[in-house]
Ligand binder design. Structure first.
Ligand SMILES: [Zn+2]
Length: 278
């Protein structure tokens, strides 16, 4: 049997005091127990501190390793060269647009090359080019490219012998494609229908407005498939090939009009190899 000492707990508020049995050796060695408890608490704190330190240092070490890995994987010179090449590509496309009556895209300077580039700006760079490419795509979609019909070119832009009289010369303001009545005629770029109906000389005729400065015209149609004000996509059928108006046989008369002036459409047909010139 262990020795126990009775401790009288006196509470000033309560009338009755309590008596508790406490092992005698605790009373005798209270300093030792207090010291032990303090040491235990201190040890717990140390362990907890060590664990926290270890975890956070591992977290930062991993972050640093990842950052170094990214730096080692990205060739800054190569990235710069790529951006420079995208820049010159955009410049070429812009020149292409300008030549064809479209406005250049407003390109703001991304802030020089070489020393100024830091990998931390990579997101700004990619966002910039993403935006610019979307603008280019939109602009290019509205450029009339290719041929409206796959038939053989029978008459080109410029002065020619009057096909009716075969005597005097006249100015031909577009390109003629020979074809079959009823074949579909497609617009060469997206835009809005500016005119759809009968036009003197052109017969059944459609005019597409691609941008404020640029129009295409499709003449001598047999049938019109679009209405004024309608939005059309590139390569959409605007009507059927015919022989209406001032025409000597079934063909499509195609014009490109830049700022009100009828220009030679051949530059715009370059991408289409289906057409033969004779
Ligand atoms: Zn013609």
């Amino acid at each position: 049997m262990r020795h126990k000492t009775s401790v009288l707990i006196v509470n000033s508020r309560e009338r009755e005091s309590k008596v508790r049995q406490v092992p005698t050796h605790i009373i005798m060695n209270w300093r030792k127990y207090a010291m032990l408890t303090t040491l235990l608490v201190a040890a717990l704190f140390l362990i907890a501190g060590f664990l926290i330190y270890q975890n956070t240092s591992r977290f930062y070490r991993e972050k640093l390793e990842r950052a170094n890995y990214i730096r080692s994987r990205i060739d800054l010179k190569k990235a710069l060269a790529a951006f420079a090449s995208i820049d010159s590509g955009m410049y070429r496309i812009n020149s292409f647009l300008e030549e064809r009556g479209l406005e250049r895209l407003k390109m703001k300077n991304m802030g020089g090359t070489g020393a100024g580039f830091d990998i931390i700006y990579i997101n700004e760079f990619t966002d910039f080019y993403k935006g610019q490419l979307l603008e280019l795509e939109k602009a290019l979609n509205s450029v009339p490219i290719g041929a409206p019909y796959g038939g053989k070119i029978t008459s080109r832009y410029g002065y020619r012998l009057n096909p009716f009289t075969r005597k005097n010369t006249e100015f031909h303001s577009g390109i003629d494609f020979r074809g079959r009545v009823g074949d579909s005629v497609q617009c060469t770029g997206s835009g809005t229908v500016a005119f759809a109906g009968n036009k003197e000389g052109f017969g059944q005729c459609v005019i597409i407005q691609h941008n404020p400065n640029l129009q295409t015209l499709y003449g001598h149609l047999r049938q019109i498939h679009v209405k004024k004000g309608e939005q059309v996509g590139s390569r959409q059928t605007v009507g059927l090939l015919g022989n209406t108006g001032r025409s000597t046989g079934p063909h499509l008369h195609y014009e490109i009009i830049v700022k009100g002036e009828k220009i030679n459409p051949e530059k715009y047909l370059n991408f289409d190899t289906k057409n033969s010139y004779d």
